[in-house]
Design a protein. Structure first.
Length: 416
């Protein structure tokens, strides 16, 4: 039996009212240095450049995911009865710790790091760290079981579905939280109704047919949040500058490592081998912004310029493109204006599949609806709205980013 706290701990939260903790191991993990680091990591990558109140942290989101998981295993009757105390604690810890491996600037850092945040998360949980020590003291199997849930391969698939399914605690918290802090209404859906209508059938999470409209709202909340917030072109412009900045730093480091000796916290991420979890721990956004403040005065003009653009929000212009011709044209204009196109022309393609049911009916990660006749059907087969989402052509948005100066100079040259 795991130790309980002397009294229930509560933390105020704008999404859930309160976060409740009465397990000592969870309280200890919340206070571990690796979790506390998440206070210094933005939940949203470049979106705070558009939505000025989007300053919330990965720490707050992680607590929110934990709280939804806690409610699910205690309020959904079948989960409460089917799961052992060990399984409940394990899945709550997985919800709490699922983002512990994030680097600065959230998902924008994925393009810079040689290792994905999920891999770092599992290494922190299972290798030498304060969090791992807390888990190992409680139970030798706990670390691996938590990591298995995060990887989606736990032997009890119900636990995987709770944290990383199609209708999971992670998505439910970030949609509501991100909508709140961006000041938008796109991410709103009825969390209470969804929790009240979840049922367990044959090791699958299902939703009663009476709750289908709440699930449809959840699917559409994902659609609108991705295209209006997460994939906003201004946020992508900011994140593209970060990618270009690290590209320049890596090129300089390969030529002469001493060029970047003053920003030691960034150097592990410029090497050809992945940074360690200890090196990741040292690089939060406070450290990253300090590094940028130093690079603002770097003698390399490209590095200095890219840094100033990030810090001063002098972002690249962008336009939608359909082929490579426009990129080639912009590269020529950049070179003619004195800009090295490798560092000043950037393109990306945004696409998002909101819900795509697996073909195998036995998959536990579809969204399943429990009919009044107790039959279980996949969501898109009975919801015309979701069926339309699943069968529409994949929406893609390809953009190219560049300094507005190159067009201004071209216009002046043409007018002469």
């Amino acid at each position: 039996m795991f130790k309980k706290t002397d009294e229930q701990k509560v933390m105020r939260d704008p999404i859930h009212g309160y976060i409740h903790v009465d397990d000592q191991i969870i309280w200890d993990c919340i206070n571990a240095k690796e979790m506390q680091r998440l206070r210094r990591i933005h939940q949203l990558g470049g979106d705070f450049q558009i939505y000025h109140t989007a300053e919330h942290s990965r720490f707050a989101h992680s607590l929110g995911v934990y709280e939804i998981v806690r409610r699910m295993v205690n309020e959904i009757e079948e989960l409460k009865l089917r799961l052992s105390d060990y399984e409940k604690l394990t899945v709550m810890l997985a919800g709490l710790l699922h983002d512990i491996g994030h680097g600065p600037f959230s998902h924008a850092f994925e393009a810079v790091s040689l290792m994905k945040h999920e891999e770092y998360t599992c290494k922190i949980i299972t290798e030498s760290s304060e969090v791992h020590s807390i888990l190992a003291r409680a139970d030798a199997s706990l670390s691996k079981d938590i990591a298995d849930i995060i990887k989606g391969c736990h032997r009890n698939d119900l636990l995987n579905q709770i944290v990383s399914g199609q209708l999971d605690a992670d998505r439910m918290d970030y949609l509501l939280r991100d909508a709140y802090f961006t000041g938008t209404s796109y991410g709103h859906f009825d969390l209470e109704r969804i929790i009240r209508t979840i049922r367990i059938v044959d090791q699958r999470m299902t939703v009663k047919e009476s709750g289908i409209h709440s699930v449809e709202d959840y699917i559409m909340a994902r659609y609108h949040m991705y295209w209006q917030v997460y994939l906003h072109p201004v946020a992508r412009s900011y994140e593209g500058l970060l990618v270009l900045l690290f590209r320049r730093m890596k090129d300089l480091y390969r030529k002469d490592p001493d060029e970047l000796r003053e920003v030691g916290m960034l150097i592990p991420f410029l090497k050809e081998t992945p940074a360690t979890i200890d090196e990741l721990f040292l690089l939060d956004e406070a450290a990253a912004f300090y590094g940028l403040a130093v690079l603002r005065n770097h003698p390399d003009p490209i590095l200095k310029d890219l840094t100033c653009r990030i810090l001063d929000r002098n972002l690249f212009e962008y336009e939608t493109i359909s082929d490579e011709k426009r990129i080639a044209q912009l590269k020529q204009l950049a070179e003619a204006a004195g800009y090295l196109s490798d560092y000043y022309i950037y393109s990306d393609t945004a696409a998002q599949t909101l819900y795509s049911p697996y073909q195998r009916n036995e998959s536990g990660h579809n969204i399943w609806i429990l009919g009044e006749d107790q039959t279980v059907k996949e969501l898109s087969t009975i919801s015309p709205l979701v069926h339309a989402v699943c069968h529409e052509k994949l929406k893609e948005d390809r953009k190219v980013y560049y300094p507005k100066e190159i067009l201004q100079r071209n216009e002046k040259a043409c007018s002469k």
